[in-house]
Design a protein around this ligand. Sequence first.
Ligand code: ZZB
Length: 258
Amino acid sequence: QDYVLIKMEVVGPFPGKLKILDGRKVYLAAATLRPETMYGQTNAWVLPDGKYGAFEINDTDVFIITHRAALNLSYQKLSKVPENPTCLVELSGHDLIGLPLKSPLAFNEIIYSLPMLTILTDKGTGIVTSVPSDSPDDYMALLDLKSKPALRAKFGVKDEWVLPFEVVPIIHIPEFGDKAAEKVCVDLKIKSQNDKEKLTEAKKLTYLKGFTEGSMIVGEFKGKKVQEAKPLIRNALLETSQAVMYSEPEKKVMSRSG
Ligand code: ZZB
């Protein structure tokens, strides 16, 4: 699987355990298959109990990602020392909640990193960027935080990191309108971010229709089909060093016959 890693820049001054990164360019690096949706970012997601590290990617950049992703990147020419990730500080998801971020193409100038409970640590970088207009998982996780003050309190999430952020319409899909994820979640009567089976179905639907029938209603490629805009936006992000490519090695699957 080829992901685009979006460099979400952490805005200083750095708090707590991140202080020792002072003076460096520090990014949460989010793995995405949908670079054309970056206009609609409202936050980043981290797994509260997830283990992350701050890794030296080259002489200037530091990526906050899982150790597993750092190791994979080190075999893809994305580590200061070839094939040997160097970790400046070990971090947990809790250390990352509430970081202010500047993310490529996002209409929101500053967004915050927030807790999501369904992030997989064996996929991508363990950091996910949130686009609630076009991702059902993101829509439900943001709705959960907005509608449940107790959930915000549990993770120390401040109201101002969540409540001001609305769904940003960026892609039109004839059947689903301009906020496809919200429409599909309502239609399938999805209750929360933990409604896994329905969310898998919602994600399939939104992916498929978005790619085959969606068109951009914002940005440099406004009016173009998603299929055409996707590689153009991806290449623009790569050329301006706002993103890098990341290939996920195939997962080993045990066959029944051994
Ligand atoms: C932004 C985005 C916008 C995404 C969208 C999706 C959609 P897949 O197909 O299963 O590989 N993601 C990345 N890493 C993780 C992780 N560790 N745990 C949970 N989710 C993760 O899914 C790839 C997508 O899953 C990525 O693309 C990322 O969310 C998320 F409008 O980035 B995406 C209909 C989906 N729409």
